[in-house]
Each structure stands twice: as structure tokens, then as C-alpha cells.
Ligand binder design. Sequence first.
Ligand code: FE2
Length: 304
Amino acid sequence: MPVDLSNRLGCKAWQQRQRIENSVKHIAKGKKLKNPPPWCQYRILKSALRISGLWGVTYKQYLHPTVERNTFHITDLKSDLNGFKILQISDLHLDLDPAYLPSLVGCIKALKYDLCVLTGDFQNSFNAADQVVSLIRPLLDEIRTQVFAVPGNHDTSDLISKLETAGLPFLLNENIPLKIQKSNFYLCGVDDPIYYRSHNLAKARLGVPEKELTILLSHVPTTGPEASVLGYDIQLSGHTHGGQICLPGGIPIAKGSSPRTRVKGPWQEGNLQGYTSSGVGASHIPARLFCPSEITLHTLRVVN
Ligand SMILES: [Fe+2]
């Protein structure tokens, strides 16, 4: 049975997530898929990489995350928040191949940050909750600050519940005020907007005073326009893996659901400043080409 998250997600969002999770159970029982996922495409891609001699290169890129640095320039930023650093980790897909973990933990150990956020896709397959909770332990032990997460399209409610029990709190269409010395800002998070479609950006900022700085965690960057209309200041996303397998120059081979301008790095939507992380892990095959995996160190800076 899925864990009941209705009191946190909101009734409608919970029913939506539950309906999709039950359909996943049908898939697990061997019933036919209406829209089969592209596993066979990935098998072909893996074979192509092996035949072309690129497999070793792509696996090496997968194994070693890089640290990307991004600055959000904000008018009227409270002085206590000037220089505040947020470490973003996204798309771990831990059960696919956790061989990158020692390198990832080493990267994090060397960084200084004030808050850590994880923007979804902890598991790759839908039934890896226990494995993921075990694998993520060294990472959670290394994070020395407060940490919050949102789910991705791969993350089931039982996984969310087990990760919370393991000490990783989620924001499920919810927000939390964070006090930095004498100043507040609000960290808001939504459930997955693309597969479960159980996100609610309006609910996620309920009770937030209009003039306070709001940072939204949303697994996919496609929520940018709605987040902008609702007055969020910053959105942090993942999901795209930056394209994962790209042409030279980081040009994604496959066109995903996200607009080209929001596949990776910083982007702007009205007054909203957004950032899409290329993520740490990979989908379906542990390989990256012309698209290094990343963790991201964001800095808040006041506009002079
Ligand atoms: Fe992902």
C-alpha cells in the first residue's frame, strides 16, 4: 500500500499520485503498458556506444561529478542573506549504478554551504526504496547543514516515507521558513509535476508573506511560468540530466519535455530566476557524453 500523504500533498494531489502509483503496480504485475518507456531505445544506445568505442569515455564522465557555481543576483536581498550558499544535488538514480558515490561524497566534503537541497529522482526503478535508503546513507552523513528534498518522477510514496524516516525531510506542496541570523526566507517544494502531476505551487507558498524571498524546489523546470506568475523569486530544478548524451558543445541529442532554454544552467522567466541542474546520476544507462554530471553551489548576492 502507498503511504498516505494526503494531509501534506492535499487531497486532490494525493488521489492523483495514488492513481498513478496503482497503475505502476499493474505494470509490475506484468500487465501491458499503454505507453512503453524507452528502455529498448537505451539498450540500442548502449550497444551503439560499445560498438563505437565510446562506452569507456561515457562511463568515466558518469563516475565523476563536477561542481558548478551559479549566482542569483537579487534586488532588496536582506544583508543577512548576502553570500548565503545553497548546495543542490539532483537526480541521483542511486539503484542504477552507485559507483559515483565516493567521488560525490568527496566533492561535497570539500565545499562550504549553508543549506542543502535535493531535487528529486532518488531511485531509477520504481521498486528500489530499501536499496536507495541504504545507498544514500554516506551522502546524508556527509551533509553538515539542514537538508530538504522534493520527489522526482521516479520516486514513489513509500520511498519518500522511508527517506524521511532516514532523516531526509521532504517538502510536499509545503513550505518552511528558514531563519538566517535576523532574517527569514521561505523554502517551498512541490511534488513531481511531470509523471505523478501531483504538484501544487499555490499550496506550496500558502502563508508566505508577499515580500519575503521564496525559493521553490520543483523537480522539472517546466513549472517556471506558473512559479513566475505566483511570485516565486527562485526555482531550482533537475530532471533533464542536461540531455545526458549530447553532441559536442553539450547539445542534447534527444528533445525532452523541457524547453531548450531550460535544459541546463540558469534561466529567467519574468522576475523568476531559475536553474536546471544536469544532475548527478543517469537514466537507464550509466553513461554521459559531452554532459558532465554536476552538483551545484548557488550563491545569493544583493544587487548593488
Ligand atoms: Fe532523473
